[in-house]
Design a protein around this ligand. Structure first.
Ligand SMILES: O=C(CO)[C@@H](O)[C@H](O)[C@H](O)CO[C@H]1O[C@H](CO)[C@@H](O)[C@H](O)[C@H]1O
Ligand SMILES: [Ca+2]
Length: 565
């Protein structure tokens, strides 16, 4: 019904501009390249384009370190190029969502340059400056104001020789955190957001937005966090979901949003938080990205310490978020993005069953209740990079982790951990065809093209009616047409089955049964009575699925959606 928000029927496509399409042969994707490929988005049928950062930036973290929020980095193009893209998207009924990175700026942003210049500069309090720990020699390990660790390994504080104080950076030292306690900072951010909305942008994806409110003591002190002796604390602990987060987001909503929207990236957020953040009655965010389901194969060592997934954990986690936001709030559904290894290699089988497992994972995700996100290349079934040398890696998080672990692990062990957990797995150029550089560039790509582009590429996928690409087109069309897919209640089945993901979606007297096998071996799903004469909605095998009474037999990595009324 018309009063349902548009995004309950929408599908979002994420582009990582550096790796999408290069048009000037410098090996770096750019805005004219996205314009050139807009018809790929139209053919897929998606409704919204989310662009990872394209702002002026020293590219220390590939654009998530911004030095000018109101200009485009020359590597990606110009403001005019963006206006042309915006116009082309709007003409085709698509919306554009920009990446909003305001937990931190680049250390080359004029705000920080000023703030760093002297302790009494009017912008000193725009960032987090603190003296060394009591009685410790400034600049020596352990003298940092708190024991907070950075997401990119090492301490979250850097000592500034010139002014003798430390500044906070939860990510790289070239990404100093903004001090949102300072109302001037908030006003400057809201003014910048309105500038982009006035330019026609339709909304924002907000980077680590739940880290903007730090836990500050009444005297302005910042607390240490639990940590093993001599080691830095878990990154973000004293910043995640801080005391003033909801206040800041409600203020932002009042100051900025008049109907245009925002999705928040919120690492370390619980279901309870998710509901508070996305309950429309609270006027904060429209949906959030949670991280629980993409951390289930992480061992104690985090993302580079990868362990086999237990499907029961995945079902329990996604099931909890579905149930938790059923009454109020809304989920953002994703497997892939520019920070995660590709799901077909991670939870699927990218060797013997790439098409089957990629399409099964797509069907299972897109039939959940929420707004699905497709990350560039996911619709082609692109796999992890499978790099074989350290030289091939580019990602600051991976390189700093390898540096920190070099004495503890052998080169072979380092390569194994990086191959499984690195963000670069998601950042290899999009594979458009089977030519030398996969049609991405006529030059030398900034990161290596995956050699499997000879068989895995858009041209081949488009030519094969049973391909991953055409399955995604059908899923997007289903989301647009089917109210049960859009709004049906979610109910998990078979929670203890270690191989089959099963659930129903119900709206009125219409019900869908969704089954996905996470196994190469044949599986049987006990689905109970009443499905034997159900109709097929979508499946990833061309020949019909075998139902006999209350049992459905699933072939390798098979997924099927049945409907009964
Ligand atoms: O998962 C993570 C922690 O290990 C990181 O990959 C990631 O840093 C975190 O999810 C937050 O990501 C966002 O902010 C970062 C800092 O801006 C940027 O590097 C990521 O690309 C962005 O998605
Ligand atoms: Ca280029």
């Amino acid at each position: 019904p018309a009063d349902e928000p548009w995004w309950t029927r929408a599908v979002v496509y994420q582009i990582y501009p550096r790796s999408f399409q290069d048009t000037n042969g410098d090996g770096i994707g750019d805005l004219p390249g996205i314009l050139q490929r807009v018809d790929h988005l139209v053919e897929l049928g998606v409704d919204v384009l989310w662009l990872s950062p394209i702002y002026r930036s020293p590219q220390d973290d590939n654009g998530y370190d911004i030095s000018d929020y109101e200009d485009i980095d020359p590597a990606f193009g110009t403001l005019e190029d963006l206006d042309r893209l915006l116009e082309a998207l709007h003409e085709r009924g698509l919306k554009l969502v920009m990446d909003l990175v305001v937990n931190h700026t680049s250390d080359e942003h004029p705000w920080f340059v000023e703030s760093q210049s002297s302790t009494d500069n009017p912008k000193r309090d725009w960032y987090w400056w603190r003296p060394a720990r009591e009685g410790m020699e400034p600049g020596t390990p352990g003298a940092e104001p708190t024991n907070w660790g950075s997401f990119f390994s090492g301490p979250a504080w850097d000592h500034d020789e010139a002014t003798g104080e430390y500044y906070l950076h939860l990510f790289s030292r070239k990404q100093p955190d903004l001090n949102w306690e300072n109302p001037e900072v908030r006003r400057a951010v809201y003014r910048m957001m309105r500038w982009w909305l006035d330019r026609g942008v339709d909304g924002f994806r907000m980077d680590v937005i739940n880290l903007i409110s730090k836990t500050v003591g009444p005297d302005g002190s910042l607390p240490d966090v639990p940590a093993e002796d001599g080691r830095y604390g878990q990154p973000g602990v004293a910043a995640a979901n801080g005391p003033r987060l909801h206040e800041f987001l409600q203020e932002m909503h009042r100051e900025v949003f008049d109907g245009r929207r925002g999705v928040g990236e919120t690492p370390g957020t619980t279901v309870e938080h998710g509901r508070l953040l996305t309950d429309p009655a609270r006027h904060e965010l429209d949906m959030v990205f949670t991280f629980e389901h993409v951390s289930l194969d992480h061992g104690p060592g985090g993302r580079f310490d990868v362990h086999p997934l237990d499907l029961r954990d995945l079902k329990a986690t996604l099931g909890r978020w579905q149930a938790g936001l059923a009454e109020a709030g809304w989920n953002a559904l994703y497997w892939d993005n520019h920070d995660q290894p590709r799901i077909v290699s991670r939870y699927g089988d990218d060797v013997a069953y790439r098409r089957e497992s990629a399409t099964m994972l797509a069907i299972v995700l897109h039939l959940h209740r929420g707004t699905p996100y497709i990350y560039q290349g996911e619709e082609l079934g692109m796999t992890n990079a499978h790099f074989t040398s350290l030289e091939e890696y580019r990602d600051i998080e991976s390189l700093r982790w390898a540096d920190a672990e070099r004495d503890r692990l052998s080169e072979e062990q380092l390569l194994g951990c990086l191959a499984a957990g690195s963000r670069d797995n998601a950042r290899t150029p999009v594979q458009w065809d089977d030519t030398a550089q996969a049609g991405f560039t006529t030059g030398r790509p900034w990161i290596a093209v995956n050699p499997n582009h000879d068989t895995i590429n858009a041209a081949a996928e488009r030519a094969d009616p049973d391909s991953v690409f055409h399955l995604y087109r059908r899923l997007v069309a289903l989301r647009h047409e089917d109210p049960v897919v859009q709004r049906g209640d979610f109910h998990l089945l078979l929670p203890d089955d270690p191989h089959v993901y099963a659930f129903t979606r119900t709206l009125g007297d219409e019900q869908l049964l969704v089954l996905g096998s996470f196994s190469s071996d044949p599986q049987v799903a006990e689905v109970g009575p009443g499905w034997s004469d159900a109709s097929l909605v979508i499946g990833n095998y061309t020949s019909p699925v075998a139902t006999d009474g209350d049992r459905v037999a699933l072939r390798s990595w098979e997924a099927v959606v049945l409907r009964r009324t």
